[in-house]
Design a protein around this ligand. Sequence first.
Ligand SMILES: [Zn+2]
Length: 349
Amino acid sequence: MELKLDFSILKTLTELPGISGRETAVRNYLKEQLAPYADSAHTDAMGNLILFKKGSSDKNLLLCAHMDEVGLMIHHIDERGFLRFVTVGGIDPRTLLAQRVRVQTKSGALLGVIGTKPAHITTEQDRAKAVGVKELFIDLGLPAAEVRRRVEPGDFAVLDRPYEEFGDGMICSKALDNRAGVFVLAELVRALKDPFYNVYAVFTVQEEVGLRGAVTAAFGVEADVALCLDTTGAADIPGCAPQDYICSLGGGVGITALDARTITHPVLFELLKKCCDEHQIRRQIRIAPRGGNDAGAVHLSKTGVPTCGLSIPTRNIHSNVEIVSRQDVESTFLLAYLAAKNGLNDINL
Ligand SMILES: [Zn+2]
């Protein structure tokens, strides 16, 4: 098939702010863009956006991608107007030092900088010590009274980094986890015509804090089979041994065999590999004993759903310099598209 993904949509998606539980901007954008391509669209009480496309069979396929990104929530404003925050989702505080953020307030977004003591006044011992989130603060460059007027505890902040393409087909941005998966699912909703399955395209909330949206989203769908589209940490970098890579950039879609929350149904696992091999789709096997994604919640819904996580390898995951390969995004799209369009034979579970 001819493959034409519009990566400018991925750029737009990465620029939208949406930490866990605050996905409104992402959801509104998706609803506006995709509702015309769906037979129905609704948002559940948790905030999951659920689009439905009628298929030619009586089988239901649930495709999900989480909208939320890791980020910060402001919990204290000090007497000089510096903001203190908690992290939302798994962020290594070392990656926050000396970074830019965008604080989302009722009167719009404010640029902030996570301050750091200059090297001139730190000691060697200071520098050898890993920084903790309690030692970090956001500097808005505003007088304290102005900060207090514009910012409230409960406001959130996202990492700030422009989307950039570089190197050999690589993309660097904040929030590629999981706007890359959201992008694949959004493009799929647009491209899919007359699918075999009744397709439920579900954009979930609160994955980064424990797969919370996926619990209620899956409950609301009578799924026969499910695919969860997400990024996964690629540790194919210096200092990591090949057996610890999990996935490699450029190696194609990561078909999950096992992670901390799932062991993929063996029949589904084989069918997905076969589909890739028949259509020359680049693939790799993902085994991540410490990772998990929405598939962990979806496969345990009701009496159980054969579910597989399709993963886009991502370097520097949960930082503002996440890197994915365009080719891997395309492989992930192709596999999910063909599964939805043609059906996965023998899934009679
Ligand atoms: Zn994710």
